[in-house]
Design a protein around this ligand. Structure first.
Ligand code: C5P
Length: 400
């Protein structure tokens, strides 16, 4: 039988951590499955494994230095990613994750990644306190929002003698993720529509009615669906997030534009409406900036109700078979979510209790997964994790 990774080139970045020794085994496994492996070894990585061992296992030269004339003329930091099908960072140290999150480019590995145009899978490895530190969480959130995928870490005894989460996933599990990435794309052939972010409803050319939605949850869902193989159209309000890789993003400002873009994107096999659509818009947009008038009272803004995009799509003749909404509730979460399912005619609602928490812009969320007949509390977890769990549910739904 043909080796599964026969036509694939993997760029493996080995950063500084004791788990680097496991990356030697990862190279062996990838090569055994037919992949061509090119490796970048950071200065820190070279403290744990030698360039000679890495290059002997890759049967390729190992790349180490941004300023090496030899490395640059032979391969160059741009070609290293261009010629790869997938980039794996294993181990990904806390320092390297921070570097990537902040877009630094001060060595060959970080420069190559900043210039990369390929999917990135990283396997964190660090002490459990470093892993649990909010600084690391913030960095991870940024990397997830950019569409990077994570495997592990696992919980267990650490090299430092402590116990906790932070051990790099075993090479066999990383290999499995690589095989899954290339071959088990369970939503392949399906079209997913995702709405995300706020809408801006103009009052005049410079002012608008908006809200604090960051778009993070919707972007994480779009990235997770893409990773599972779906063709994703993301209809996004104004947010400050990079487009997830391989996702078609359509940028809009108003609810009316969002609805139009959604309808244009149909047919779809599913729609996930995470957008915080403004309930109202000014009846008319003033042509010129409204001026303060000294002796007159402030102007009143007459509002009109916006279309409910989720509800409209649910009633459409081309209704996607699976319709998923979000709901922020301050009380009677389950009752209100079930009533919303009835009213809007959607299939599932992810509801969060916002009575005493700030959700917008936060990396975590606490949602309840509610269908007509079931209710699961997903407890507080990162938005990327919620995205992964939702995609699992979608895969289960399509497997039935
Ligand atoms: O009615 P409520 O705003 O609580 O419903 C929230 C759900 O409905 C979310 O999925 C949101 O994206 C969607 N929605 C919409 N268009 C609106 C209002 C809400 O798609 N105008």
């Amino acid at each position: 039988m043909d080796k599964a990774l026969k036509t694939k080139t993997i760029l493996l970045v080995i950063t500084g951590g004791i788990a680097a020794y496991k990356s030697l085994e990862l190279i062996r496994l990838l090569r055994k499955n037919g992949a061509k492996v090119r490796a970048i070894l950071t200065k820190g990585g070279a403290q744990f494994v030698t360039p000679l061992s890495v290059s002997a296992l890759c049967e390729e030269e190992v790349f180490t230095d941004l300023w090496s004339l030899k490395d640059e003329t032979e391969m160059g930091h741009i070609r290293l990613s261009r010629e790869a099908d997938l980039i794996i960072i294993a181990p990904a140290s806390a320092d390297f994750l921070a570097k990537m999150a902040h877009g630094k480019a001060d060595d060959l590995a970080s420069t190559t990644l900043l210039a990369a145009n390929k999917p990135i899978l990283f396997a964190p490895a660090m002490n459990h306190k470093m892993w649990e530190n909010n600084a690391t969480h913030d960095n991870l959130q940024k990397l997830h929002a950019r569409g990077m995928s994570q495997i592990g870490p696992e919980e267990g005894d650490m090299a430092c003698g402590e116990y906790g989460p932070g051990r790099m996933s075993p090479p066999e599990s990383i290999l499995q993720s690589v095989l899954d990435y290339f071959y088990k794309r369970p939503l392949k052939g399906l079209h997913a529509l995702v709405t995300a972010g706020p809408t801006h409803e103009p009052i005049d050319p410079v002012r608008y009615i908006g809200n604090r939605s960051s778009g993070r949850q919707g972007y994480a869902i779009a990235a997770a669906l893409e990773l599972a193989g779906a063709h994703v159209t993301l209809i996004s309000g104004p947010v400050n997030l990079p487009a997830p890789p391989n996702v078609d993003v359509i940028y809009i400002e108003t609810a009316a534009q969002m609805l139009k873009a959604c309808k244009n994107a149909l047919p779809a096999d599913m729609a996930i409406c995470t957008a915080a659509v403004s309930d109202w818009a000014p009846q008319a947009q003033a042509k010129n900036k409204i001026k303060k008038q000294k002796d007159l009272p402030p102007p009143a803004i007459a509002l009109t109700e916006n279309p409910d995009i989720l509800q409209t799509l649910c009633m459409d003749k081309d209704r996607p078979p699976l319709m998923i909404g979000f709901a922020a509730e301050t009380n009677d979460l389950e009752k209100n979510a079930k009533a919303k399912i009835q009213r809007k005619k959607c299939d599932w609602i992810l509801a969060n209790d916002v009575s005493n928490q700030k959700v917008f812009g936060k990396p975590e969320n606490h949602v309840h997964f509610i269908t007509k007949h079931t209710h699961e509390d997903w407890k507080e977890c990162p938005k990327a994790e919620i995205a992964r769990r939702l995609v699992e549910k979608i895969i289960e739904y399509h497997d039935q």
